[in-house]
Design a binder for this molecule. Structure first.
Ligand code: KG4
Ligand code: ZN
Length: 345
């Protein structure tokens, strides 16, 4: 244990289309959090193009790391460890961050901490409050939809996950059908909030005892409604469809989370990932946790979407236990979350 000693972690995140670097003290105090988004570049292709993403990371990474150090007002010599997203993510994108992190760790002679991207999303919550265990995290992003039980600090158990599309992916595909640019989640969120009407959509509850999710049927139902209207020569009711879609998603996500919270007797609920920026989801979750008397943590918007401060927050778990990563580590595009749990002892 490195207990007692404050840590200053420099973290790098390049798993998808954001080039990000941050400096965080003790896994909870954000000194800087710099994010360069490539969304404008990928928008005209309707989604992330992996080859373009890694090239952009190469162009940006040095500048972003410099900026993170400068705006944290720390020098290289103050850094205790370098953390980097090891996976999951796009292999070419991960590699850029990993190469930079290895070079920095070697040059500064400090430990390297390969970090799990989803552990990062979950521990973004530690940047806003104290986590109480056992806790239950609902992870909703462009690539993931998971219910994760944390029986104790740094230990992850997946109790439910999507069987097809991730929820953010479903948002982006539905948004495309409703003529919105990538990434479509925020557009659907806004449209749903302003809608006067609602076209009722199906809810995929799956087996009664299952904590898994499925969003492809819902996505197809929205696309069919759009096609039907177009074939009849009518303008689809975009706002009512967006509201119907969002209500179905929010109902199922919050319904399963609250049931899992009861079944596993958790003391706190954590919401995280890019889709946690969704206003409908945030407010329904607050309402239900309030009624159940369960404390709820939700990071602010800029800590919900991909960033490096969350990677430092998760890496701090390993720093405090002296669990470091060898410099010959590789990118792990399909890295399993449970295996990243802290080692006992
Ligand atoms: O976590 P994230 O930044 O990247 C991944 O690791 O995937 O999540 C990005 C996803 C995109 O699918 C985007 O459409 C969705 O988060 N998103 C939203 C909202 N803001 C971002 N979805 C619904 N409502 C929002 N307000
Ligand atoms: Zn993410």
């Amino acid at each position: 244990m490195q207990s007692g000693k404050p840590s200053l972690i420099l973290a790098i995140e390049t798993s998808c289309d954001e080039t990000a670097a941050a400096v965080v003290r003790d896994g909870r105090e954000v000194l800087s959090n710099i994010v360069a988004s490539q969304t404008d570049i990928h928008r005209r292709f309707g989604g992330v193009v992996p080859e373009i993403a890694s090239r952009k990371h190469v162009e940006q990474i040095t500048v972003i790391v410099e900026e993170a150090l400068r705006s944290a007002d720390v020098s290289r010599g103050d850094i205790d460890a370098v953390a980097v997203t090891q996976g999951p993510g796009l292999v070419g994108s991960l590699l850029v961050g990993i190469s930079a992190a290895k070079a920095l760790a070697l040059a500064l002679d400090v430990p390297l901490i390969g970090t799990h991207h989803i552990a990062g999303h979950i521990y973004a919550n530690r940047l806003v409050g104290e986590i109480v265990y056992p806790a239950l995290a609902l992870v909703v992003s462009g690539g993931h939809t998971e219910l994760v039980l944390l029986p104790e600090e740094g230990v992850f158990r997946i109790i439910g996950q999507t069987r097809d599309d991730a929820v953010g992916e479903a948002y982006d595909k539905v948004a495309r059908a409703l003529r919105f640019p990538y990434p479509g989640g925020p557009h659907i969120d806004r449209l749903a909030a302003d809608a006067d009407d609602c076209i009722e959509m199906p809810r995929a509850w799956l087996e009664p005892d299952s904590f898994d999710f499925s969003f492809s049927g819902l996505k197809t139902a929205v696309l069919s409604e759009v096609n039907r209207a177009v074939m009849r020569g009518e303008v689809p009711m975009f706002a009512a469809l967006a509201r119907g879609f969002q209500e179905s998603v929010v109902d199922v996500l919050t319904g399963k989370t609250m049931r899992a919270a009861r079944v596993f007797g958790v003391k706190q609920v954590l919401l995280c990932g890019g889709v946690a920026a969704n206003r409908g989801l945030r407010s329904r979750m607050r309402e239900l946790c309030g009624e159940a008397g369960l404390p709820l943590l939700i990071p602010p918007m800029d800590l919900c979407t991909d960033n490096a401060a969350m990677i430092a927050a998760a890496a701090d778990l390993k720093w405090r236990r002296g669990q470091f990563t060898p410099l010959d580590m590789h990118a792990e595009p399909l890295m399993p979350l449970e295996d990243w749990s802290v080692r006992a002892g």
